[in-house]
Design a protein around this ligand. Structure first.
Ligand code: ZN
Length: 330
């Protein structure tokens, strides 16, 4: 589990600001944690909540004890007064905010203190946002809202203006890589997750899930087939690839891996071997960079990004992927 000290090593400004507001007891009703993915916004929310509910508070520090019943319940994800809201499908709906507010009204008897964290807050519908606004304006309750977003620009001004903004800055890949290796990930997995800017806690979770290791293997095998023969890639897409990458998130993840594969080819062309992400595939990639020219690699990167857009626009995934494979096979 992350501590403020860990987080401070890569987000000094955000952490100082939060520590300050905790130790001086100037906690805002609502915070907006914004910044790119993988910059510690979720970890900061957890630490904040832990300190807020901690049973053994040391007033001189913002660090929670990490040991008490409350701290442990937050760690294991079942503290009754800490609520997480995530998009239900494509958006966060009014019902979700209403449900939360009802919950607060009925269960706030023993303790008035509640923290709720809204993930991907930019996905709130206008109705949900308006509902939340009313809630934020009620001064009676001891609630703290933490809104998390990678896209602060897409939030309603009316919401943003009521939140204390805390900006999280982009991490260097190297920093994230070192953290992941420290957490016990292999160098090749750490390199991949760092390049994808995956949060440390998320990366540790994914690392224990065989799906991700398998996904990586399948993408490499797909590219072997695409590079070596004209039809095998297409067959492999149907026989293996699409069976593994099911659903939008999985397909997007697959496309991210393909992007990294081609970016590595580009790195070879530019003589930047040091920035290769798939570090255990160096020899393979070196061979393939003789097959794919720099301009071809750039065109194919464009095609992959285009496929991502198509998926976001609900083009049928099989069609979008088939088209992409045909482009890659040229
Ligand atoms: Zn505690």
């Amino acid at each position: 589990m992350t501590t403020w000290v860990d987080l401070e090593s890569y987000q000094p400004v955000a952490v100082k600001m939060l520590q300050h507001s905790i130790t001086r007891q100037r906690i805002a009703h609502a915070y907006l944690f914004h910044g790119p993915p993988g910059t510690g916004k979720q970890e900061a929310s957890l630490l904040f909540a832990m300190r807020y509910f901690c049973e053994h508070i040391d007033e001189s520090t913002a660090e929670p004890c990490h040991q008490c019943h409350s701290c442990k319940r937050i760690k294991s994800g079942n503290h009754p007064d800490l609520h997480w809201i995530e998009p239900d499908g494509q958006s966060i709906k009014k019902d979700q905010i209403e449900y939360l507010q009802k919950e607060f009204t009925y269960t706030g008897l023993e303790s008035n203190q509640k923290v709720y964290v809204i993930m991907q807050a930019e996905k709130m519908t206008v109705n949900a946002a308006n509902r939340l606004l009313k809630f934020l304006e009620e001064p009676s309750r001891e609630t703290v809202a933490i809104l998390i977003t990678d896209h602060a620009g897409r939030m309603l001004d009316t919401i943003v203006s009521r939140c204390q903004r805390v900006q999280f800055h982009t991490l260097s890949n190297l920093h994230l890589y070192n953290q992941l290796v420290e957490k016990g990930l292999t160098e090749s997995t750490a390199s991949l997750f760092a390049a994808m800017k995956i949060d440390v806690d998320q990366a540790v979770k994914w690392n224990e899930d065989d799906w991700f290791a398998e996904a990586r293997k399948i993408v490499i095998q797909l590219m072997d087939r695409v590079m070596n023969s004209n039809e095998e890639g297409y067959l492999y897409l149907h026989q293996v690839y699409l069976k593994h990458f099911k659903g939008r998130d999985a397909l997007e993840f697959g496309l991210e891996l393909l992007l990294i594969w081609f970016q590595d080819i580009v790195s070879f062309h530019l003589d930047k071997q040091g920035s290769i992400v798939l570090i255990d595939q160096k020899e393979r990639l070196e061979q393939y960079h003789y097959v794919v020219s720099l301009s071809e690699a750039k065109t194919l990167i464009y095609e992959i990004l285009n496929t991502k857009r198509k998926l976001a626009q609900n083009v049928h995934p099989t069609l979008a992927m088939e088209y992409l494979i045909l482009q890659l096979q040229r």
